[in-house]
Design a protein around this ligand. Structure first.
Ligand SMILES: Nc1ncnc2c1ncn2[C@@H]1O[C@H](COP(=O)(O)OP(=O)(O)O)[C@@H](O)[C@H]1O
Ligand SMILES: [Mg+2]
Length: 230
């Protein structure tokens, strides 16, 4: 791994073309994140946080610039190769949970493994384990609509975890939760970071939540304006 960096971003630019107009969502972002780090990305709405998360998560490619993930340049890979890297290395958690309706916590958690060669029984075992890790034992067979918001986000974290990723990306994971439930969710990320050495990058508006991270990156108008450590 180059310089021990899990993630290395060099002058990343992202331009969205909408009809005749261009949106410069990222205007040259450079940063490096080490394996095992816990980073919060902060900044006002529209500052490019989700765009950056999508590029880091291999959901999208930069218009310009270089992105190395575990030393491998991924900025130029095609969609299939990106998807393969994503399935192997990265777990996502979103503000709106993004669980499938009318399916159980267990089925939602097994989903990412359906695209792998993991045998059926192993899939089930791994899903139960991930659900237990996020505190959902006994709730595995509850359907999405039978779970509270906090429980749904726990199930989403279990789904993100089941592939044993080295990186978890969470885009405003507490945005739809009350303060107390949000703190419980953040504690899960902290536990995964400290106990399992999973690198965590999370977007948040809340200062109190960002304080838990080792590092805070502040974005504004598509650029990093400030970085703080612990
Ligand atoms: N798919 C898209 N097409 C066009 N413009 C987009 C798209 N996604 C984001 N943008 C624009 O890019 C800028 C950054 O958006 P985003 O990364 O979502 O910011 P944040 O997550 O910080 O609110 C905004 O001006 C937004 O309107
Ligand atoms: Mg966003």
């Amino acid at each position: 791994m180059e310089n021990n960096n899990l993630i290395q971003l060099e002058n990343i630019k992202k331009i969205y073309k909408v009809g005749e107009t261009q949106v410069n969502a990222l205007k040259g972002v450079s940063s490096a994140i080490k394996g095992g780090d816990f980073v919060a990305i902060m900044g006002p709405s529209g500052s490019g946080k989700s765009t950056l998360m999508n590029i880091i998560g291999c959901l999208d490619r930069p218009t310009e610039g270089k992105y190395l993930l575990e030393g491998e340049e991924v900025s130029t890979l095609d969609k299939n190769k990106l998807a393969r890297i994503r399935n192997k290395k990265i777990g996502f958690v979103f503000q709106t949970f993004n669980l499938l309706a009318r399916t159980t916590a267990l089925e939602n958690t097994e989903l990412p493994l359906m695209y792998s060669n993991v045998p059926r029984k192993k899939t089930r075992d791994l899903a139960y384990k991930a659900l237990s890790l996020v505190g959902l034992e006994g709730r595995e067979l509850h359907r999405t609509n039978q779970l509270s918001g906090g429980e749904q986000q726990r199930a989403a974290i279990a789904r993100a975890l089941v592939n044993n990723p080295s990186l978890i990306l969470a885009d405003e994971p507490t945005g739809n939760l009350d303060t107390k439930t949000g703190k419980e969710i953040i504690d899960i990320f902290k536990k995964l970071n400290e106990g399992k050495h999973i690198t965590v990058i999370l977007v948040t508006h809340e200062q109190e939540i960002a304080q838990i991270a080792h590092r805070r990156i502040h974005l504004r108008d598509g650029q990093i304006i400030k970085e703080e450590h612990a």
